[in-house]
Write a protein that binds this ligand. Sequence first.
Ligand code: ZN
Length: 148
Amino acid sequence: MQDLAELYQAVILDHNRRPRNFSEMENPDHLAVGDNPVCGDHYTVFLRMDGDRIAEATFHGAGCAISKASASVMTSMLKGKTVEEAKELYEHFHHLVTSGEVDEDYLSDLSAFAGVHQFPARIKCATLSWHAALNAAKGSEDDRVTTE
Ligand code: ZN
């Protein structure tokens, strides 16, 4: 298990150091802002849609390693997904970070965040960009997400 934990940590460190899709999109179809004042994480998630499918997802902002790595992995995974598939993926991810249980069917970079469940205060860091992305995908007027 030790090696597995180290591997997962490597994924988070790598995504934090070299975040993927880290840019402000010009003319996005949707965007939403996510704020986690407890930790100081603040990101904007940008989406370009192709019908119901997410054609492109980027994010920009600043925050801790967990929040940045999570947004990096998320934007990589959302590309090509329908909004419905994105919601399902989030439900899986939320279960993972709150329980630490890794679903074998979903082994991916997302699994790197299983250890977050040991640090309840960091769960909001991990899920912040997901809340913002799902809000953006809904295209809701209320596009600002603040964790409690
Ligand atoms: Zn944070």
